[in-house]
Ligand binder design. Structure first.
Ligand code: SF4
Ligand code: SF4
Ligand code: FES
Length: 318
């Protein structure tokens, strides 16, 4: 058995002004999960330690926490894989307020989920007496995303949520996808419109952290990309994100180069005078600091290859 130290973030709102770390010595036996280590620490050393758990089987989603700064599911992770220099450092999930020790206030996560109306809205004319069936192929479209256990690990580690708490977040956008792609739902277009608005699918920066941290097969980033594609195919393009993506494709597809002078106006809309005026201070600041893109693009190597890749892609897409 290896001797390790559990360094756990503690916070009691009645006595602490800020979180602090407390160390617990521990004899790590092979095969023990992180959650069972915490259970033993609470039973044998400190009954005041607070954290959430229920199923112990990676089903209920309640035991997500951060270890060495990254979110994971405590009941699904072997503790021995987490030791760094003899220490396992545990913090509560990020992007949410700490209530006590490792327990966070999940309300912003639930509030975000409610934005995508996460329930089936079938056609009102459907026969309610008849079962709504799906083919295997139809179910395959939503198979991965139905594995989400709402643990909020992705919400904790999403970089956009750190700077924009209004961002829907990966789990919510994955849940939106689940109903957009469900053959039994009748509100696909409304749903696509809703998630294409500000703080929705187009605000994701593709960092991939959500898919890396997710303990299930949900792969939120892949679901966000599929939703964006579905929105463009359905003609939901009257928004900054879709215009930006289309503008990107236009300029790179035509010239092999990204026209950064064209893209901001294309994204907000050429006739959107208030938004264009809103861009001016940024443009002026960039100009003053010599950061504005050149009017005539520098030549770049293999530009013809970029164009060729793009046209192949367009052929494939059609
Ligand atoms: S890929 Fe997008 S949704 Fe996922 S963590 Fe990064 S910014 Fe957030
Ligand atoms: S998408 Fe993955 S990480 Fe996010 S809540 Fe669902 S299961 Fe957890
Ligand atoms: S305790 Fe239920 S998912 Fe870990």
């Amino acid at each position: 058995m290896a001797k390790v130290t559990f360094r756990i973030s503690r916070f009691n709102p009645d006595t602490d002004s800020a979180p602090r770390y407390q160390d617990y010595p521990f004899e790590l036996e092979p095969g023990i999960t992180l959650l069972n280590c915490l259970n033993r620490i609470r039973a044998e050393q400190d009954p005041s330690l607070a954290y959430r758990m229920s199923c112990g089987s990676a089903i209920c989603g309640s035991c997500a926490m951060r270890v060495h700064g990254h979110a994971l599911l405590a009941c699904k992770t072997q503790a021995s894989q987490l030791v760094k220099n003899g220490v396992i450092r545990i913090d509560p999930l990020g992007n949410m307020k700490v209530i006590r020790d490792l327990v966070v206030d999940l309300e912003p996560f639930w509030a975000s989920l409610r934005k995508v109306k996460p329930w089936l809205m079938p056609d009102a004319l459907d026969n309610p007496e008849k079962e709504r069936q799906q083919t295997q192929a139809q179910f395959h479209l939503i198979d991965d995303v139905t594995t989400c256990i709402l643990c909020a690990a992705c919400y904790s580690d999403c970089n956009v949520l750190e700077v924009d708490p209004q961002f829907y977040g990966p789990a919510t956008l994955a849940k939106g996808h689940r109903f957009i792609f469900d053959s039994r739902d009748a509100r696909k277009d409304d749903r696509l419109e809703a998630v294409s608005e500000l703080h929705g699918v187009w605000d994701c920066t593709h960092c991939g952290e959500c898919s890396t941290r997710c303990p299930t097969e949900t792969k939120p980033l892949a679901r966000i990309e599929e939703t964006r594609e579905a929105a463009i195919r359905a003609g939901v393009t009257n928004n900054n994100g879709a215009r930006h993506a289309l503008g990107f494709r236009e300029t790179v597809g035509k010239s092999g180069r990204l026209n950064e002078n064209y893209l901001p106006a294309r994204s907000v809309g050429f006739f959107n005078i208030p938004a264009l005026i809103g861009l001016m201070p940024v443009g002026i600041r960039m100009f003053m600091r010599g950061k504005n893109p050149p009017l005539i693009h520098h030549s770049i190597d293999k530009v013809a290859e970029v164009r060729r890749v793009f046209s192949k892609f367009e052929e494939y897409r059609k």
